[in-house]
Each structure stands twice: as structure tokens, then as C-alpha cells.
Design a protein around this ligand. Structure first.
Ligand SMILES: [Fe+2]
Length: 348
């Protein structure tokens, strides 16, 4: 079941909690239990990851454990804010994000339980925060997509920071309202500091065109409306897999050199401290970060990178180990500050 978050859903959240508690009280332990679920409870996932990917994980988990899963769909900021507003009364057991800053927001509100040892054992330390309040579940790379008719290799920017130079005026696009792009800015902030980030954002306001959605950015680049755009890698591979209608004339430029533009963003999974289904919730994240859950990333249509259980990436992707991404502790990424700076620059 999927439910877009609406004002009504928000108001209904408290009622949902009550009915869930009533249901739990009615079920006799062992009477209708499913394997691995002491009271036959249904897990509630607040999902901000791409819905098709999350659905594959949820279906796989239910098949493997018998534990039922339901979810609510929204974007990173929307879901994180909702969790903070609901606090201990949230019906959510698990939160999945596209990018880690939203998870950090919820962590900083003190709402996350520590991840289990099983999960930590499966996920290398560079793909989870130093705090262990949540875990990485997938990774995505920043790329500069460019129109191959308009730009040659030699014309490509050496650094993401170069796109602030006057020579790039009117030539590139991005989706500043989206959580994906905002995560990239958290990396710039962490690596370059507040002053440099703000001047870059102000230059971006002058130089770039805002388009809603990463797919739309790539489509516009493909059509030659812009020479380039800043998005994540998987939008390209997803379109290629569907026949390449919006990416036939698109080239992929990975910045490398630990440039802010080589930022690899981590999708997160966390268990809510207030969850009445701690064991099943931890089990869900153990599944997602386990061999079967990570294989969904390798074999499915998300084209995101696996980060755990030694599962290799889809062979079409440039290997994660070759991206030369900057080293950043995701726990340090500060999305409220980025929103503030982007507002100051007139981008939001
Ligand atoms: Fe995305």
C-alpha cells in the first residue's frame, strides 16, 4: 500500500497509532504469528527512497520472513519533518531516505535507535555514520551530464566549483528544489565552508536554470537546451535501460579527484526508537543490507550502488572504488544550513 502524505494523513497519524496499538493488544502472542514476528505485526515504513526500489525490498523481505510491510511515500525533507513533528507518537517503524541529510535531521531530534550488530557487520564503516544511529543502504554518485553535440571532453569543467565561473553563465541546469541536489550542496558546505558555499550558490543563481526533477534536467540536456546539468548517475542508466529516449545525446562526466562534484551520497535506513516492533524493524534493515537486499541494487532497475555484504555493483556502472569521492562522515551533513544558504542565494 502506498499513500502520499497529505495534510489529512498527517492529522490522521495519531489515530493510526491508536488503532495500531489496539490491534496489537488484540492479537494473542503466538496465535496468528508469522515467522520472525512475535505478534504478527505489520511494519510501517516511511519511505523517501525511490518507490519502485523500496517496493522490491519490502516484497523481498515479506517473502523471506513472512512479516508484512506497509509504507507511506514522500520526499526526504517531507518525511523527515513529519517524523520530527510526530515524535514518539509516530506510527513509523523504519525510515528510508534517498540521501542521508534527512536521516541526520531525524537522528538529531533523538528519534533513532542504534542499528543492530548484524547490520553493522554487513556495512563497511565508510557507508554508515560514526554514530551508528542509522545505516547506509545504497549509494549514488554526483555527475555532470552533458550534451555530446555541444561539449567535447576538453570543454568539461574540472571541478563542480568551476560552474560558478562567469564563462558557465546560461549553460547549465539543475534541480535545486530536490533533496538529491541539496545533498550535493551539503557536501560542498562540509568541504568548503559556509562563505565559499554561499558565493557558489549565488553564482549558481546567476549561471544556471532551475528545472524541477533530475530526469527533466537530463531530458533538457539531451534536447540541447543546456550544455550540461548536475544530477546523480542513476538517472542516466535508468533511461538507457528504457531505450535511451532522454539520454541518447548525453555524456557522463565524473569529477573524481575528491572534488565536491565527486560526492557519493548515501541512502539511509533507520529504526525509530518509538517503534513497537524493534526486532522486526532491525530485521528489515538487516535484510536490506544483506546479500539479497543488496542484490536488488545490482540486478534491478534502480542502478544505485550496493554498499554492503560485498555485493558488486551492476557492471554497467563505473565502479564505486574508481569514483575518487571525497571522504565525508555523513553524520556531519547539515541540511537545515543548506536550505538557509540556498534561500539566501535566491535558489529556494
Ligand atoms: Fe533520486
Amino acid at each position: 500500500m502506498s499513500l502520499r502524505i497529505t495534510r489529512r494523513a498527517l492529522i490522521g497519524a495519531a489515530a493510526t497509532t491508536i488503532s495500531a496499538a489496539a490491534l496489537a493488544a488484540c492479537s494473542k502472542p503466538g496465535s496468528t504469528s508469522t515467522p520472525g514476528s512475535a505478534d504478527g505485526a505489520t511494519l510501517t515504513i516511511y519511505n523517501a527512497q525511490h518507490e519502485t526500489l523500496a517496493q522490491e525490498w519490502m516484497d523481498g523481505f515479506t517473502k523471506a520472513t513472512g512479516i508484512k510491510v506497509t509504507h507511506r511515500q514522500g520526499d526526504d525533507t517531507e518525511m523527515a519533518n513529519q517524523l520530527v513533528a510526530e515524535g514518539a507518537n509516530s506510527p513509523a517503524d523504519v525510515f528510508l531516505t534517498e540521501n542521508s541529510p534527512a536521516m541526520t535531521l531525524v537522528e538529531n531530534a533523538g528519534l533513532l535507535a542504534a542499528t543492530s550488530e548484524e547490520i553493522r557487520g554487513q556495512v563497511p564503516s565508510q557507508y554508515r555514520p560514526s554514530t551508528n544511529a542509522w545505516t547506509g543502504i545504497a549509494a549514488r554518485s554526483t555527475v555532470f551530464v552533458y550534451n555530446t553535440d555541444k561539449l567535447k571532453q576538453a570543454d568539461l569543467p574540472a571541478s563542480l566549483m568551476d560552474l560558478a565561473k562567469p564563462e558557465w553563465k546560461g549553460r547549465w541546469a539543475a534541480s535545486p528544489s530536490g533533496a538529491d541536489f541539496q545533498a550535493i550542496i551539503t557536501a560542498i558546505l562540509q568541504l568548503k565552508g559556509e562563505d565559499e558555499t554561499l558565493s557558489w550558490l549565488k553564482a549558481m543563481k546567476q549561471n544556471s536554470t532551475a528545472i524541477k526533477g533530475n530526469s527533466a534536467v537530463m531530458k533538457a540536456v539531451n534536447a540541447g537546451e543546456f550544455e550540461g546539468g548536475v544530477i546523480y548517475h542513476y538517472y542516466y542508466f535508468g533511461d538507457q535501460a528504457k531505450g535511451g529516449q532522454n539520454s541518447a545525446k548525453v555524456g557522463m562526466h565524473y569529477f573524481g579527484h575528491q572534488d565536491p562534484g565527486a560526492f557519493v551520497s548515501i541512502s539511509g535506513g533507520g529504526v525509530l526508537k518509538s517503534s513497537k516492533n524493534q526486532e522486526a524493524a532491525q530485521k528489515f534493515l538487516a535484510y536490506v543490507t544483506g546479500k539479497d537486499g543488496q542484490a536488488v541494487l545490482r540486478d534491478g532497475t534502480s542502478f544505485e550502488y550496493p554498499v554492503a555484504s560485498k555485493v558488486a555493483a551492476n557492471e554497467k556502472l563505473k565502479p564505486l572504488s574508481e569514483l575518487d569521492a571525497p571522504t565525508i562522515d555523513p553524520a556531519t551533513l547539515n541540511s537545515p544550513k543548506v536550505v538557509e544558504l540556498m534561500q539566501e542565494a535566491g535558489l529556494l
